[in-house]
Design a protein around this ligand. Structure first.
Ligand code: B12
Ligand code: SF4
Ligand code: SF4
Length: 298
């Protein structure tokens, strides 16, 4: 079921990037594990008839005990599916796989140091195992389920359902920022017709913080990250110029500097940032007489 590279809009470029990343020590084995897709089991005839709330909590418990570090559940939107494809299942579960920060911060990788790109491959491999394990568990409960692990995740766009389901906010660098792991997370998807309950979006102040931060815009070697929001397909949001990113990305074994340098990714900085943003937002709420809406949990 996995789409061939030529079917994906950026498939050919990902092949170029893959070639340069494979020259880094450790990377080939890590990515080989990411592309090692287990078999999907047959859908059981007997259905688990528990109510949706119960099924959603069983899904969460299973995923979190099978390598996922966080998850969100969103109802499927055709906007999450690449043009020319269809996904019939009404629910999408997005899994987050956290990077090892000490390893991620070694990016970009080259022939002498493959630590950063190997951690990327390792997290994709965890995403492959976690998404297939969850899809197979759902199938064992009598419902259909498909797995969409990274890097490409086939026909499923991952960041928009991740944001809708509370896994985090969109950062200026175009990637998701999660309250527990910052930008240092990989995503993988599972779609299903098991009745579930959507999880709520999570706003902890990342979008507001980005407005006054320029760490990624300054760190990006080809200057691909716009400092101000732009109108993108009718929505005003952070914008990355991929005509600038892609050549550097392809030559530098997947780059990843923007997510590694983001202050939210640093384990020592993240709790302070969460507390500062919660204080700022709640002060503003108090001034206008509303309920505090941002919690400093991490
Ligand atoms: C193609 C692709 C690339 C291409 C093109 C870049 C791109 N983002 O489009 C290249 C090879 C350059 C690339 C680079 C990187 N990628 Co990439 N990439 C993908 C892939 C396969 C598809 C994305 C896509 O089709 N984009 C085309 C259009 C839709 O892009 P866009 O309009 O600019 O929209 C982007 C965001 O704004 C957001 N988005 C889209 N629509 C909407 C709508 C709203 C309302 C909002 C708020 C956001 C939003 O999602 C898009 C993804 O970046 C996804 C996996 C997947 N299936 O989703 C991974 C993915 C987005 N990449 C990822 C990462 C981490 C990277 C890199 C850091 C590389 C690295 N070393 O890992 C860089 C970062 C570049 C950057 N600054 O964004 C992760 C992001 C994880 C996270 N924390 O968010 C993903 C999800 C892979 C995964 N399985 O984890 N990537
Ligand atoms: S992946 Fe590298 S080149 Fe692309 S936006 Fe991030 S820092 Fe810039
Ligand atoms: S480095 Fe700063 S501006 Fe860029 S995404 Fe992270 S917090 Fe936002």
């Amino acid at each position: 079921m996995h789409a061939f590279a030529h079917q994906h809009p950026w498939g050919e470029l990902q092949i170029v990037a893959r070639k340069s990343s494979r020259s880094c020590p450790g990377s080939p084995e890590a990515f080989q594990a990411a592309y090692n897709y287990p078999e999907l089991v047959a859908v059981a005839e007997a259905r688990n008839a528990a109510p949706a709330e119960r099924l959603a909590s069983e899904v969460a418990a299973f995923a979190l005990s099978h390598e996922a570090d966080d998850l969100g559940i969103a109802s499927m939107d055709p906007l999450y599916v690449f043009e020319g494809y269809t996904i019939d299942e009404p629910w999408v579960i997005v899994l987050a796989l956290a990077h090892n920060y000490e390893r991620l911060k070694e990016v970009p990788s080259d022939e002498t140091n493959g630590i950063g790109v190997t951690d990327i491959g390792d997290q994709y491999a965890r995403g492959t195992r976690a998404s297939y394990a969850l899809a197979n568990w759902i199938r064992s409960q009598g419902y259909n389920a498909s797995a969409y692990p990274g890097p490409s995740a086939d026909a499923l766009l991952l960041i928009p359902p991740a944001i809708a389901s509370g896994l985090g906010e969109l950062g200026k660098h175009g990637s998701l920022i999660n309250r527990h792991f910052g930008s240092g997370v990989r995503l993988a998807g599972v779609t299903t017709d098991m009745p579930l309950i959507a999880t709520a979006p999570d706003r902890f102040g990342a979008d507001e913080f980005c407005a006054n931060c320029q760490v990624c815009t300054r760190a990006c070697p080809p200057d691909a990250i716009a400092d101000q929001k732009q109108l993108v397909r009718g929505v005003k949001r952070w914008y990355v110029d991929f005509d600038k990113c892609i050549p550097y990305f392809a030559e530098s074994a997947s780059c990843g500097i923007c997510i590694a340098e983001c202050p939210w990714t640093r384990p020592d900085a993240r709790p302070k940032l969460l507390a500062t943003m919660a204080r700022r937002q709640n002060l503003r709420k108090a001034e206008t007489g509303g309920e505090p809406e941002i919690t400093p949990e991490y």
